[in-house]
Design a protein around this ligand. Structure first.
Ligand SMILES: *Cc1c(COP(=O)(O)O)cnc(C)c1O
Length: 405
């Protein structure tokens, strides 16, 4: 029961069949296209109210044909939390955090990989491979285990320790590579013809976008079909930003949005790896590979993104911007926001806060506007990073002295 009509090459509109495994076209990503008119006849937005609160509640707008192929760990819908104390510190009265840290495996990678693994299962793949900066590997390992498939995971040697451990813990074959995620990608490309892998890299297959698209669908529903004014998204490969922009277009075509208001999409990066922000600044549609990529926000350590033009197109169409946050500032904000709100804020979301601070200072955001920050992962997955931010814990030998402090 899917309404998929075909796949469409993002670079030139070429149509491709959706009933078999497809990768890229001219080395560039594919869109999944649906018969939106038929979807509009089948379901209305008020039907959603009675459905389970997982991302699969948007069933008709998703590409899995047979429910029996859905591989799920109960992902979505994540809370949209007001952040009044953090907002006050930034000079904003309507700041929200979409808290993706509560998803299976502690990051929003579970949305994309739940979808990619479900479709891979449906189309007959059994051996999945991925290059990863960290969280995608953990998510693939978990969903492959859930589906009874093999997962082969390649990550840079300096990937956070929790990511290294979780992949193996979920039974995947995990490897450390002396290099960046792009070097890991090269290994998967070279190995695929020999190993019979299905490569579920970011945007190298069409379905992870569809999983991440559900963030935009949830936001629309949580804001009662009147979208917020600004969305800040921490951008590595850009799947979520691209997916949300697609979600808003599909919802508009269905007539489900109450206002024409589309959010300004803000692509947030870290200064140590900012290819998209650099291309935006230069007015380019394609990004140059970023030299010497480094940042503690490991999910943002993507020096070259195959969907660069899709990110930049969405940002520009929306009237948004792409900006980078200073490394010290992003780490400081992640900890500060966690302490102010009790939410487990990852370094990547810290980059959004650093960019937001800058935008407020420039007058690019009005204090009354509804602003959403995506907290894409849980801080506890970055143990060595957050430890380095904090003082050593001590033993309370003398509570009377402490009471007098
Ligand atoms: C992967 C990741 C990102 C970047 O997501 P893209 O969709 O690749 O841009 C941001 N934050 C976290 C925590 C991640 O794991």
């Amino acid at each position: 029961m899917a309404f998929t009509t075909h796949l469409e090459a993002a670079i030139d509109g070429t149509k491709l069949a959706h009933d078999r495994l497809q990768t890229t076209h001219e080395g560039r990503p594919l869109w999944v296209r649906y018969d939106l008119e038929a979807i509009g006849r089948e379901v209305s937005r008020s039907d959603l109210i009675h459905r389970p609160s997982t991302m699969w509640r948007y069933r008709e707008l998703l590409p899995v044909e047979d429910d029996a192929n859905v591989v799920s760990l109960g992902e979505g819908m994540t809370p949209l939390l007001r952040a009044d104390r953090l907002g006050a510190e930034l000079g904003l009265r309507n700041l929200f955090i979409k808290d993706e840290s509560q998803l299976p495996t502690g990051s929003f990678k579970s949305r994309g990989l739940a979808m990619a693994v479900s479709r891979a299962k449906e189309l007959g793949a059994t051996r999945l491979a991925i290059p990863t900066a960290g969280n995608a590997g953990g998510a693939l390992a978990a969903y492959a285990a859930r589906a009874g498939m093999e997962a082969w995971i390649f990550m840079p040697a300096d990937t956070p320790e929790v990511n290294q451990a979780e992949a193996a813990y979920y039974g995947a074959r995990a490897f450390l590579v002396d290099g960046l995620i792009t070097d890991c990608g090269a290994i998967v490309r070279e190995g695929t013809p020999h190993m019979g892998w299905w490569d579920v890299s970011t945007l190298k297959e069409p379905y992870r976008i569809e999983g991440k698209k559900t963030m935009g669908l949830e936001l629309a529903e949580q804001f009662a079909w009147d979208l917020p004014d600004v969305i800040l998204y921490p951008t590595g490969g850009g799947t979520g930003l691209i997916g949300m922009w697609k979600a808003f277009a599909e919802l508009a075509a269905l007539g489900w949005l109450d206002s024409d208001n589309r959010p300004r999409m803000v692509s947030c990066q870290a200064a140590g790896c900012a290819p998209i922000a650099t291309a935006f600044e230069a007015g380019d549609r394609f990004a140059e590979p970023f030299p010497n990529a480094h940042t503690a926000a490991s999910g943002l350590r993507v020096p070259a993104a195959v969907g660069d033009f899709m990110i930049l197109d969405a940002v520009r169409e929306s009237g948004g911007v792409a900006m980078a946050a200073d490394e010290h500032r992003l780490l400081w904000w992640a900890q500060r926001a966690s302490a102010l709100e009790g939410i487990s804020i990852c370094p990547e979301a810290g980059a959004c806060l650093g960019v937001l601070e800058e935008m407020v200072a420039q007058g690019a955001v009005d204090p009354e506007e509804r602003v959403v920050i995506f907290n894409t992962g849980a801080a506890q997955k970055y143990l060595e990073v957050i430890r380095s931010q904090l003082p050593q814990l001590t033993t309370p030998v003398d509570w009377q002295a402490l009471a007098a402090e």
